[in-house]
Write a protein that binds this ligand. Structure first.
Ligand code: UDP
Length: 241
C-alpha cells in the first residue's frame, strides 16, 4: 500500500467545481468523479474532512450587491453549501464510502450538528466528515471554514481543489500567457501580493496556525491521491519559508 504523506486532511471543494461545464447548479457526473477520487485516499487510510462551497448556487456578496441585506444573503449562501454537501454525501455513500454531514447551523432532520469531538471520532473510524453551512456566521467564506475546521481537528494539510487552474500563478493564466506558476509560497506572499487564492481572513488563520495548503487541479483523475502521497503537484503554501 502506498504511504500517505498526510494522515488527516481537509479537502476544500468550491461550489464551482460541482457545477462542471454548465457553470451553475450540481453536475452529478462531476460529483461522482470526485467521490471516486476520495474513495482512493480512504483506501490509504487517510482521514478525510471535506468543506464544500456554495458559489454554484448562491453567493452572499452577489445578493448583497443587488440590494439584499448582506447577512440574509450570506445565510442563503450557507444553506446552498448544505445542498452541495448532501449531494456529495449521496455520491460517496453510493460507492460504499461511509460519511457524516455536520452542519454549523442546526437542522437535525437533515444532518448532525457540528460537534468537534464527534467529528474527530468519525474521522478516527475512517468516515468522511462533510462540514456544511460554513462557519455558521455571515461575512465569512467556506475558505475560512476550511482553515477554521482544519485548525480545530488538527489536520495535517488543507487540499484546495480547483477545477480551472492547477496551482497559483503570478497572473490569470487564461488571460496572460506570461503567467508563471509558483511551486511554493508563504501566506505572507499571498497577503502581500494580493494573490487570489483564498480571502485574507482564511489566509491569516492558516498562517497563524501554521497549516500548509496545497492548491491543485481536481480535473485530472487521481490528483487527490497524488497530493496526499506527497507528489509535487500544484502549489504549496506554508506559514514560514
Ligand atoms: N458563507 C457565509 N459564512 C460562511 C461560509 C459561507 O456567509 O462561514 C456564505 C457566503 O455568502 C458565501 C456563500 O456562503 O458567498 C458560499 O460560500 P463560498 O462563496 O465560500 O463558496 P465557494 O466560493 O467555495 O463556492
Amino acid at each position: 500500500m502506498e504511504e500517505p504523506k498526510y494522515n488527516r486532511i481537509v479537502l476544500k471543494l468550491s461550489g464551482e467545481a460541482l457545477a462542471g461545464e454548465q457553470g451553475y447548479g450540481i453536475d452529478p457526473t462531476m460529483i461522482q468523479s470526485y467521490a471516486e477520487q476520495i474513495k482512493e485516499i480512504i483506501a490509504l487510510d487517510v482521514e478525510v474532512a471535506i468543506i464544500v462551497g456554495g458559489g454554484n448556487i448562491w453567493r452572499g456578496m452577489a445578493g448583497s450587491a443587488k440590494g439584499m441585506d448582506r447577512a440574509t444573503a450570506d445565510y442563503m449562501g450557507m444553506l446552498a453549501t448544505v445542498m452541495n454537501s448532501l449531494a456529495l454525501q449521496d455520491s460517496l455513500e453510493n460507492i460504499g464510502v461511509q460519511t457524516r454531514v455536520q452542519t454549523s447551523i442546526e437542522m437535525r432532520q437533515v444532518a448532525e450538528p457540528y460537534i468537534r469531538r464527534r467529528a474527530i471520532r468519525h474521522l478516527e473510524k475512517k468516515r468522511v466528515v462533510i462540514f456544511a453551512a460554513g462557519t455558521g456566521n455571515p461575512y465569512f467564506s467556506t475558505d475560512t471554514t476550511a482553515a477554521l475546521r482544519a485548525a480545530e481537528i488538527e489536520a495535517d494539510v488543507i487540499l484546495m481543489a480547483k477545477n480551472k487552474v492547477d496551482g497559483v500563478y503570478s497572473a490569470d493564466p487564461s488571460v496572460d500567457v506570461n503567467a508563471q506558476k509558483y511551486q511554493q509560497l508563504t501566506y505572507l506572499d499571498l497577503l502581500k501580493d494580493g494573490l487570489a487564492v483564498m480571502d485574507s481572513t482564511a489566509s491569516s488563520l492558516c498562517m497563524d496556525n501554521n497549516i500548509p495548503l496545497i492548491v491543485f487541479s481536481i480535473s485530472e483523475n487521481g490528483n487527490i491521491k497524488r497530493a496526499v502521497t506527497g507528489d509535487d503537484i500544484g502549489t504549496i503554501i506554508r506559514g514560514k519559508e
